[in-house]
Design a protein around this ligand. Sequence first.
Ligand code: RB5
Length: 147
Amino acid sequence: MRIAIGSDHAAVLLKTRVIEALKPLDIDVIDLGTEGDQSVDYPDFAKKVAQAVVSKSVDFGIAMCGTGIGISIAANKVKGIRAALVYDTLTARLAKEHNNANVIAMGGRTTTPEDAIMMIEAFMNAKFETRHQKRIDKITALEGDRS
Ligand code: RB5
């Protein structure tokens, strides 16, 4: 299992704690930054995570900013990305089962490391339910829809 993770300055601590927790599991975590508390722009890190996912160099991505809102909006602009802002284990599980999300987003100012880790595990343990494929196809069809 390979995961790309990226955050802005508002979620560096959460990102660090999550990476520490994932290391002992058999997971290859690619840290795409940022480091430190210097202010950066979350779309730049959304792009890095999204590109790792669409290039298939990772199985899924984790994107973090203060709330998870901005970075999920930004990631969803990249073709092929289905980024879900998750805030508990139920939304994390359903993001996979119903939406086949390939990026989960969360907030460094809204989510504790303990909750984040439980949410990531819930997402990883879930399976996409193919009865929802028709809706996923309709999401994909919206990419490039000019009507
Ligand atoms: C940065 O201060 C903050 O706006 C950002 O981390 C995020 O919460 C935006 O959605």
